[in-house]
Design a protein around this ligand. Sequence first.
Ligand SMILES: [Zn+2]
Length: 204
Amino acid sequence: MSYIRTRDIESIAERVLAQANVDSPPIKAEIIAECVCELDIDWVNLDRADVLAAISFFDQKIYMNELRKYELKNNLGRMNFTFAHELGHWFLHQNLVQEKLPGFEDEILICRDTNIKTDNRERQADIFATYLLMPERFVTEQLRSFATPLNDYDLKRIANIFQVSKQAMEIRLVDELKFLHYAQGLYYKSENEAMEARGQQSLF
Ligand SMILES: [Zn+2]
């Protein structure tokens, strides 16, 4: 399995955003797939319910699983992330598939919910999706209009601005970028504030 540096994945995502002329959220991965990558999107029955989507490099097609359509259409954040994930495969793995490198003999990549933790390609596609949908500079800019501490509702609002799930935005802001620090049900902009809140709680 070839190794792709996280930093390189980020610059590829940045390049795609520049190419798509996107300068504010939300980033609509489905539109980028169609208009920038000229990929066709088809909703088809992919047989198994644990399959979210698949991408065929040869046919230049993203197959979305019809069996998950109701769920995805009702969760636009999840759907946007799924499209962005498939774009991750398109930009990161297309050449490897064309060269038929070991592990890339199949021309179609099938993405299951459970693949994410076990397969390197799946993780890379997820990292790409994160950078594509929640670029650091856009996130920084949006966060400015929220006063510290933020609550769950604020986080949901930011997630909606980016059309991602609240969970994805929380991971981006708290775990990855460390722009927010969680304590006692609230999200603080500074680590000190969060530590203070934790300290106060332990006094009781
Ligand atoms: Zn995948």
